[in-house]
Design a protein around this ligand. Sequence first.
Ligand code: 5AD
Ligand code: SF4
Length: 466
Amino acid sequence: MNTKKLLYIETFGCQMNDRDSEIMRQLLAATHDVTDSMHGADAIIVNTCSIRDKAEQKAYSLLGALRKRKRENPGLIIAAAGCVAQQEGAKMLSRMPHVDLVVGPQNIYRLPELFARAGEQGKGIVATDSAETFHIPPFLPVLRQGSPYKRFVTIMQGCNNFCTYCIVPFTRGREISRRAEDVVAEVHHLAAGGVKEVTLLGQNVNSYGNDQPPGARTGFASLLRQVAAINGIERVRFTTSNPKDLSEELMQCFADLDKLCPHFHLPVQSGSNAILKRMNRRYTIELYLDKVEKLRGYRPEIALTTDIIVGFPGETANDFQATLDLVEMVRYHSAFSFKYSSRPPAQSCQFDDSVSREEKESRLAVLQERLTQITLARNSEYIGRRLELMVEGESKAADGQWSGRSGTNHIVNFPSHDILVPGQLVQVVIREACLHSLRGELIEEEAGSKESGEWRTTSGSCPCAR
Ligand code: 5AD
Ligand code: SF4
C-alpha cells in the first residue's frame, strides 16, 4: 500500500525557482508523491518570487487564500519558499500564522528535516539562514518526470552585482558556484537518462567560478565547453548574463560550439548611460553595442533578447528616448519590459521615484508597441529560411499539428502525420510568421541533399491570428 502523502507545489518567478521546485520535489520524494491539484494535497509549497511588486502580491494572495484550507484541514502543511520567504522570514509567520514553514532558497536542501519538524511541532518554522552555512550539495540525482528531454542545471547561486533596483542579492545571497566536476557529473547523469538539452542557470553565469580559489577555478566558457562535449547532449543554453562580464572567451564559444544554441539573452535595462550609471550596471551603451556586434560576428544567426525597465527614478524623456533609440539599433528578436518598481532594501528605493505612475505606464505602452513591431519584423525575416527544431510535442489545438523549438528559441508549429518523439531534431522551412510563433513545413531530406541544399516540403498554413 502506498503510504506516501501528496505534495502540491505552486511556482512563481524565474527558471531558478523552477529548478528549485524540482529539487524540492526530489528531496521530498521519499515521503511525498506530487499531485497537480491543490485539492486533496497533504502539503502545499508556494515557491515565491519578489522581483517586482506584482509577483510578490501574487504569492501573498495565494498564501492568504490557503488560510481557509488550513482551517478545514489542520493537518495540512503549508510552506512558503523562494525569494519572498527569504526576504520576509519571521514577518511572514506573523502576517500568515497558518503558514507552517518559511524556507529561503539557500535552505531548501534541509527540506526533509524541516518538513518532519513542521508536522510534529505545530508552530511555524523559519529557515532563512544564509552565507556561511550554505553549500550546494555535490550531486543531485534527478527525477524522471516533467519534460525528460530538456532540463535546467543550476551552476551557481546568488549575485554580487547589486544593481540598485534589484532585490536578488538580498534574497539569494552572494555568488556561490557549484564545482565544475559536479555540474559535469550531473549533465552526464541527465544525458544517460535521455536528456538532449540542458540550460545552465545562474544569476550571472559570466562570473561563474570567480568565487573559487584561483588555482582550482573553472571559468564559464570552459564549463560550457565541457558540457557541450558530453555525448547525448545535443543543445546547450544558458541564462543569465550581465553584459559587463560578457567575455571574449564566451563569445568565441558561439563560433566553436555547434551545440551552443544561437540565442543570447542580454539584459540591457536602459538605453541611457546616465540611467545605467544610477542602476550600477557598470557598462555603457557603447560597450553594450560593441558586444552585440561582436556576438553577431561570432555567430551571425544569433537571436538577441533582452530585459528593459522603464520609469527608473530620475528617467527623463530624453533617457527614455535613448532606450527607444537603442531598441531601433539592436532590433531585438524579443524583449521583456517592465515598469520600475521599488524593492526595499534594494538601493534605488532611496532614490526619488520621480516618474509618475501614468508616465511609467505610457512609456511602457510606447516601448512595448515598438518592441512588438520589431519582433514581428524579425520573425518575418525567417520566412523561406531553414531551421532545425527540437520537437516539443503535439499541439493541443489541432490534429496532426506539432510544435518544436529552434536554436534561436522560436516556437515553430508544423503539420506532420508521422509520430514524432519529444526531443527529436527535425528540419523545417519557415512559411509564416506570427508574434509568438512561426509556422513551418517539415523538410523531407533527399539522400545527400543536406550539402547540395535540395529539399522538399510538405504543405500547411498558419492557424494563429495575427
Ligand atoms: N523593477 C522593475 N523591473 C525589475 N527587474 C528587476 N528588478 C526590477 C524592479 N525593481 C527586471 C529586470 C530584470 C528582470 C528579471 O526583471 O529587467 O532583468
Ligand atoms: Fe524572482 Fe529573482 Fe527570486 Fe528568481 S531570483 S524568484 S526572479 S526574485
